[in-house]
Design a protein around this ligand. Structure first.
Ligand code: GAL
Length: 703
């Protein structure tokens, strides 16, 4: 069953509050009352799991060595009584003041040389040996004290590695560690480093590894090759920090899963790398945009499912208002409903809301939660949404005989390469403030959801070697690096077997050391084509191109490619602008089994007309016809083949199932204005296979 949960903070509860009851009496509410009432109330709205403890260090150990878990034990006992399962967290994201006073140089230093003070969170340096020792000590204490409590089913390590820019620290300990890391990477060969870092440029040659500093903020750009190595080094340090805790937890708190809550609002640490040691991937789902961006959520959920190729947990769901944007606007309540369903359909097995009750104080006092500040509210709108969600899951189980999430899996059609090193490479030498890998992946997600194709991810082409044959299409969304010989061979095999590859601009332009390639985008043969020019477009600059009778507009980045090998055909041409007359899309379709490789020479528009043209031209078979405002995901539960359609807009949308996909039955549900579940249509038959999906509704369709 899909698990509903919440972050819960027994450590934040005031010792007691005095409240007036309706009959005019004064009631003392102690923290003990609150805990037992909270767990009962959670049960009534379908919550069966909590996550606790991630910022609790100074509560548990107020003085060095004086450890007191009384409050948490009380909470764990009450969780057990109410059959609520607990993910406990290690508290290392917030070292207490006494510890910072004891070791002041555990505080991190920013790129600008500013010491991060005590008073917020993530104020520690991954490279500090004493902090590593303290992290091991407190993890052992937590594991020993609560790690064998029957309510505890799993552990979360720390909290959001890298959040607030904290993956990169510029301390003395980091400098020493970075030098050692470089010594290993370059096998003590300083000339190899000089070559890779292109140090002749601006007279940066090094004679020894001891001369190397950290990439601090400088007048102009720092060395981009050094910066890429520094980011690799930083992920290694975070991984080592995590490893210490994993090892202790496995030993002292056996038979519990271990997770971490990844963030995708930033990409400073490589989540592929960190997830290797974890049992389950955790994800904190928040939105940066003023208007929610469900397409971006789509691929972020899919990326999380791909990290370990299994179901994941949403460990924090934005509940909806936050406190960290310039203006923390209110959102329509149905977003909470829709996001929960979207996550479940895309492979999340649990959703923990952040958090149970709005905090009375602290930096997040305005942040939303399941319960409002006002203790008189007997049922909050979020509680009603949770109940509606639970009811929907029960209804779907009844009508379709399937339970969300297990064993629901998403059919995989399109495999997209998402390599953090590639993202870093583009960020470091950006050339365009308009360009981001995220936006390219938004396009890939839009393509999939408007055609009913499943989306998943792999780190690199060679990492995908085993799974690639199961896919119909591989997408390189501006994957920065040259293909290795092995990768070229894999691509060749894939297209020969009938696969379709689509690459977006900026693919294959760099070497792994972040230098420019001399033979960019060599796919099959170095002499197939060459690049005469490429570059950035302004935000309002468009590069129109013609494909058959249709005209589309390229954006953001364009490439001027000269074809040499006639197996490559121009499928579309720039009609004006600097690259007029040059191909806007090139394709090689000279392979067995109708396989083909298609490269887009400008960042594509994400309108449905272009997506349909691209799908047709690349030989992909869409499952549905719809517009991009409807998200259609293929889902599979046991023997059931289904489509799920989510309408995030305020107007009714339509979809038509294509090909062999006859609709057998469908159910559409939404929230009414009081956040109660409203079934719009159910078990209907679908004339001419056209299904109308009501505004802000989810529709499950059995094929
Ligand atoms: C998350 C963080 C939580 C809370 C939340 C506020 O990034 O893990 O502790 O701060 O943001 O939106």
């Amino acid at each position: 069953m899909f698990v509903l949960g919440t972050a819960y903070y027994p450590d934040y509860l005031p010792d007691e509050v005095l409240a007036k009851t309706p009959d005019g009496q004064t009631r003392r509410i102690t923290w003990q009352n609150r805990i037992s009432e909270d767990f009962k109330r959670m049960r009534t709205c379908g919550i069966s799991a909590v996550r606790m403890g991630e910022f609790s260090w100074s509560t548990v150990e107020p003085q060095p060595g004086r450890i007191n878990f009384a409050r948490f034990r009380y909470a764990l006992d009450h969780a057990s009584v109410n059959d609520i399962k607990v993910i406990f967290c290690t508290p290392t994201a917030t070292p207490p003041k006494w510890l910072v006073d004891k070791y002041p140089d555990i505080l991190p230093i920013t790129r600008e040389g500013r010491k991060i003070p005590f008073g917020s969170r993530r104020h520690y340096d991954f490279c500090h040996p004493m902090y590593l020792a303290e992290s091991r000590r407190i993890t052992s204490a937590f594991a020993q004290d609560v790690g064998n409590h029957p309510a505890v089913i799993g552990w979360q390590i720390d909290n959001e590695f890298g959040c607030h820019g904290s993956a990169y620290s510029f301390t003395e300990h980091a400098r020493v560690a970075f030098r050692k890391w470089l010594l290993d990477r370059y096998k003590a060969d300083i000339e190899a480093l000089n070559r890779d870092w292109f140090t002749a440029f601006w007279s940066q040659r090094y004679n020894t590894f001891e001369q190397i500093e950290l990439p601090l903020a400088s007048w102009a750009d720092q060395n981009p090759h050094m910066e890429l190595d520094f980011r690799r080094f930083s992920t290694d340090k975070v991984a080592a920090f995590q490893h210490d805790q994993v090892e202790i937890l496995r030993r002292l708190s056996p038979n519990r899963f271990i997770t971490h809550n990844f963030m995708t609002l930033f990409s400073d640490v490589c989540a592929w790398r960190l997830s290797e040691e974890l049992d389950i991937v955790g994800f904190d789902h928040y939105q940066m945009e003023t208007e929610p961006h469900p397409t971006s959520s789509h691929w972020q959920f899919a990326l999380m499912r791909s990290l370990k190729r299994q179901l994941f947990f949403v460990l924090e769901q934005q509940p909806l208002q936050v406190n960290w944007q310039a203006t923390n606007r209110r959102y329509a309540y149905d977003w909470l409903f829709l996001w929960g369903i979207q996550a479940a359909l895309l492979g999340s097995a649990a959703m923990y809301y952040f958090s149970w009750q709005r905090f009375p104080g602290g930096a997040e006092q305005y942040h939303d939660a399941i319960l409002p500040h006002d203790i008189r509210v007997s049922e909050s709108w979020q509680e009603r949404v949770l109940k509606a969600k639970r009811q929907l899951f029960d209804l779907l189980a009844q009508q379709f005989g399937v339970t969300l999430a297990e064993p629901m899996t998403v059919e995989d059609d399109v495999l997209c390469i998402y390599d953090f090193e590639s993202v870093w490479s583009h960020d470091i030498a950006a050339q365009s403030a308009e360009y981001s890998t995220r936006r390219q992946v938004d396009f890939v997600a839009a393509l999939c959801q408007s055609s009913g194709l499943g989306l998943s991810f792999a780190r690199t082409i060679s990492d995908a070697a085993e799974i690639l044959p199961h896919y119909k299409c591989l997408v390189l969304p501006g994957y920065a690096f040259e293909f290795t010989a092995e990768e070229r061979q894999l691509l060749q095999q894939f297209v020969n077997a009938g696969g379709s590859v689509i690459s977006l601009p900026r693919t294959g332009m760099k070497k792994r050391n972040n230098q420019m390639s001399e033979q960019p985008l060599t796919i099959f043969d170095a002499n197939d084509f060459y690049f005469e020019d490429f570059g950035a477009l302004l935000s309002d600059e468009k590069e129109p191109f013609k494909a058959g009778a249709q005209t589309f507009e390229g954006t953001t980045w364009a490439e001027k490619i000269k074809i040499v090998n006639e197996n490559w055909k121009p499928l579309a041409q720039f009609t004006s602008g600097l690259y007029r007359g040059f191909p806007a899309v090139i394709q090689n379709a000279s392979f067995a089994n109708q396989g083909r490789y298609t490269h887009l020479c400008a960042c594509p528009p994400s309108d449905v007309a272009f997506i349909s043209w691209l799908i047709a031209t690349t030989g992909l078979l869409p499952r549905v016809k719809t517009n991009k405002n409807l998200h259609v995901y293929p889902v599979q539960a046991g023997q059931h083949r289904m489509l799920a359609a989510l309408n995030f807009t305020d107007v009714e949308q339509e979809l038509q199932a294509l090909g062999q996909n006859a609709v057998r039955k469908f159910t559409t549900a939404t929230l009414d204005p009081h956040q109660k579940l409203k079934v719009v249509s159910s078990n209907g038959t679908a004339p001419a296979a056209i299904i109308k999906v009501a505004p802000r509704a989810v529709c499950l369709i059995e094929l």
